[in-house]
Design a binder for this molecule. Sequence first.
Ligand code: ADP
Length: 236
Amino acid sequence: MIEFENVDVTYPGGFKALHNVSLTIEDGELLVIVGLSGAGKSTLLRAVNGFVPITAGSVKVDGVEVRGASRKTLRELRSNVGMIFQTFNLVKRTSVINNALMGRLSKVPSWRAMTGFWPAADREIALQSLERVEIVEKAYVRASDLSGGQQQRVGIARALAQEPSVLLADEPVASLDPVTSHTVMGDLRRINRDLGITTIINLHFLDLARTYGQRLVGLRDGELVFDGNIADVDDE
Ligand code: ADP
């Protein structure tokens, strides 16, 4: 369970990007966050794994307080939280499987990763993750040779290879064409249903939220202005 209680995030320089946000996300839930650019969606997502300065209130993930957490606690937390990015953040000059294996980095000693000698069990997890997003046949292709939609699937596979309990997707389809956006959103929803991974997706299109979400949180100028069923949302 993820619990935000009266959370403020104030960036160095004084800009308050979240004001007094309270929100509870149950295990296995799929939550869509919608808001205009600058509303604080990305900030809210990053508060979950302590990547932004939480200056008031409390953020708890499975009972563990993120605000003021030690490096060790944050490291453990982040190893259980997979992130998916708008621009995929792949290492383009290496293979798809090596990108997926990067999801295992926090689970193996660093010398393993540096030498590239990954244990068979980790390679198997990486391959299974690629299979789940139907891109395993590209495992030995360079990431740069894939289309945008395929690269995003590798981004999802990398997050899944972490065997996370939470997936955070920050505008995962903003760089993709409409057809590919639907495929990737469909993948995220299927993964949420099949694996029961708590999933939070930032979107700035309401139509995609309507098609793929259940619960929607609306943000405006850092404040939570809606929390409810997507069926009850209109454009206004
Ligand atoms: P969204 O994801 O909804 O576009 P963000 O969470 O990225 O919104 O940003 C919310 C606000 O916080 C914006 O006004 C942005 O300029 C500001 N902001 C984001 N990151 C930083 C930062 N590192 N330092 C200062 N201000 C930031």
